[in-house]
Design a binder for this molecule. Structure first.
Ligand code: PLP
Length: 451
């Protein structure tokens, strides 16, 4: 631990860090971020960084939005805690539910709040099981997600996640959760196969899985419009249209996990709109409150709500809920966040700057280290390869993603390495045109260092 600051040493001694190699961390220690302003954060030495990942794909309004701070303060003064159990409520709950229902990309009847994206997807599974019991079809319980998809880390949402690190030695996935192929055309498309043909193949595989398991046993399918943590994987041509047809054929409930793509990230309010998905429900978190406070939610349609009422007639209480469900401070901040998106027309802003963002990401495709570049709205990634022609990956030991991420950090840019060799970009939505330029100039200098 020599050479580390006192703050770093203290951290190593006390904090158990998620998503960290706990062995090597003991000698490298953390980058301690002390404050934020706009799209920038500053470390404990005063060094400035562009937060090119909006934290963890979440601080959509940047790091110094005074209206959110005021909303939290006012709510804390008025009612710092209130719950919505057993007939109690507070006004912020309905206010936020109304706002969410108004923009949801499906016919939403009710909103069930929670504290995070993982909890949201966990709730999705519970609701779907409860619903199918209420409907008298107790065998219809299996849920399908995708390899490389990311849906959280609770026992249930971690099972939906299709990434090895989230399963290995955690004894996941649990029963009744199945994974179908990922939509990563660049990596998994066969030689000579078009995007459209690849999408057809993936839809056929989904159908085969459904038939193998028995269509009457499949309750739901969950997907992110753009896969985030799995590598910023865009749906290939025709993908969701073909998947949707399979889901419709077998009466399978479709959940769009909008935890990253929700709230203007892809150039529409929800990723489902960008890619023509027709979900029955959405999961949201992160940008719902610009991540200033933890909050998540799921929406449900009227049919599910009516079935739940029938269930209450039969068995009584709907036995689910968190102490912090619809926490008033979180709800107040989320209401203010949605109000800001509307009054500052964040959608028009994203649409105005997205072409510059997309052009800059795609510009990296010419770099000798970059095998594939992809971007939509204000989310994108580059995939680093040892050989562009053959798409050969770097040796895992080269830890190329971590090297590029470290180089970016030196040049004052925070990005995220995914799946070993993918570098993700997901800046705060408030980023301006010239800041996008500066962000990618810093990334270009970092890539030159890696060469
Ligand atoms: N769903 C998606 C698409 C996510 O990207 C994430 C987190 O990154 C989650 C769910 C889990 O959210 P949380 O980390 O708030 O539990």
């Amino acid at each position: 631990m020599t050479g580390l600051s006192n703050a770093a040493k203290r951290d190593i001694e006390t904090v158990l860090h998620p998503y960290t190699n706990l062995d090597t961390f003991r000698s490298t220690g953390p980058l301690i971020i002390e404050r934020g302003e706009g799209i920038h954060v500053f470390d404990s030495e005063g060094k400035e960084y562009i937060e090119g990942m909006a934290g963890l794909w979440c601080t959509s309004l940047g790091y110094s939005e005074a209206e959110l701070i005021d909303a939290a303060t006012e709510q804390m003064r008025q009612l710092p805690f209130g719950h919505v159990f057993g007939g109690r409520s507070h006004e912020r709950a309905a206010e936020l539910a109304e706002k969410l229902k108004a923009i949801a990309p499906h016919d939403a009847s009710k909103v069930l709040f929670c504290g995070s994206g993982s909890e949201a997807n966990d709730q999705q599974i519970k609701l779907l099981w409860y619903y199918n019991n209420a409907k008298g079809r107790p065998e219809k319980k299996k849920i399908i997600s995708r390899l490389q998809g990311y849906h959280g880390v609770t026992i249930a949402s971690g099972s939906l996640t299709g990434l090895p690190a989230n399963h290995m030695d955690f004894d996941l996935p649990i029963e009744r959760i199945f994974h179908t192929g990922s939509p990563h055309y660049y990596r998994q498309g066969e030689v000579g196969e078009s995007e459209e043909e690849f999408s057809t193949r993936r839809a056929q595989e989904l159908e085969e899985l459904i038939l193998r398991e028995g269509p009457e046993t499949i309750a739901g399918f969950i997907a992110e419009p753009i896969m985030g943590a799995g590598g910023v994987v865009m749906p290939p041509q025709g993908y969701f249209e073909k998947i949707q047809a399979v889901l419709d054929k077998y009466d399978i409930y479709f959940i769009s996990d909008e935890v990253i793509c929700g709230f203007a990230r892809t150039g529409n309010m929800f990723g489902a709109e960008t890619f023509g998905m027709k979900p029955d429900s959405i999961s949201v978190a992160k940008a719902l409150s610009s991540a200033y406070v933890p909050i998540g939610a799921v929406t449900i349609g009227e049919d599910m709500y009516q079935a739940m009422i029938d269930e209450s007639k039969k068995i009584g209480t709907f036995g689910h809920g968190f102490t912090y469900t619809a926490h008033p401070v979180a709800a107040a901040v989320a209401c203010k966040t949605l109000e800001i998106y509307e009054k500052r027309d964040i959608l028009s802003h994203v649409r105005a700057v997205a072409p510059t963002f997309e052009k800059r990401v795609m510009g990296f495709a010419d770099h000798p280290l970059v095998g594939n570049a992809r971007a939509k709205g204000l989310i994108g990634a580059i995939e680093l390869v040892a050989d562009k022609g053959t798409k050969k990956s770097f040796d895992k030991a080269a830890a190329i993603g971590a090297v590029a991420m470290g180089a970016a950090q030196k040049h004052g840019l925070i990005v995220r390495a995914l799946a070993g060799d993918i570098i993700a970009f997901c800046p705060p939505l408030i980023i301006k045109e010239d800041e996008i330029g500066e962000m990618f100039d810093r990334m270009a200098r970092a890539l030159d260092d890696v060469e």
